[in-house]
Ligand binder design. Sequence first.
Ligand code: FPP
Length: 250
Amino acid sequence: MALFKRKQDPTPSALPEDIVLPQHVGIIMDGNGRWAKKRGLPRKAGHREGAQTFRKITRYASQRGIRYLTVYAFSTENWKRPEDEVGALMGLFKSYLEEALTDFKDDDIVVRFIGDKSGFSPELQALMTENEESSAARGGMVLNIAMNYGSRDEMVRAVKNICADVQSGRLDKEQIDERTVSDYLYTAGQPDPDLIIRPSGEYRISNFMLWQSAYTEFVIMNKLWPDFQKEDFDEALRIYSQRNRRYGGV
Ligand code: FPP
């Protein structure tokens, strides 16, 4: 039995032909707990539903021509949640990562993980590596799954690695610039996110891609993640397309 049933979703209408698409989209998948609470269900039921939305929107983003998608699945701070919720999320990640080995293949999606893998069980770490290796040669959208990810933690690691490379003579301190810092982050070699979508109506960045989002456009949507539809993704693309990005200029 497939673990994740695909939701039936109406096919969204076409986007305007002259739409300016973001190259890299980030999503803070928020609101699973509230979705479950509203229905009198345990929080883990919200995460299960959120996982279905994640699969649907990932495929859709790839079909829409997005080149990089980064989803925030588990933060360095999420370990503070009740043990049964963390356990349920780990179970969900394991099931998903097993399925993902074949899943997303048709869409040619490259799967990558950003975050500190060492926090997970050896079994989960092995599945993460297997997913990365088996999808690395694909040519489609790059999907970054942020797990045990925190942007401050990412920056601390980058600083330590930069110091180590300066000490060993691999890096000249005088040559360090903004590009160097980007190159020491998990997202090295990838463009910064153009658009970050946060469903569930919260106006917070929650330790997500702080360095990378210096000039990112934010779209906050008033929907809980499990209720998020393809139309909502398109709506975010439309809003993004109308923004005037000035990067500090006029
Ligand atoms: C935030 O909602 C969501 C999470 C901490 C977990 C996100 C995980 C998934 C969507 C699972 C799917 C991911 C993969 C890779 C299979 P919240 O619980 O903070 O919601 P609340 O603010 O309403 O409490």
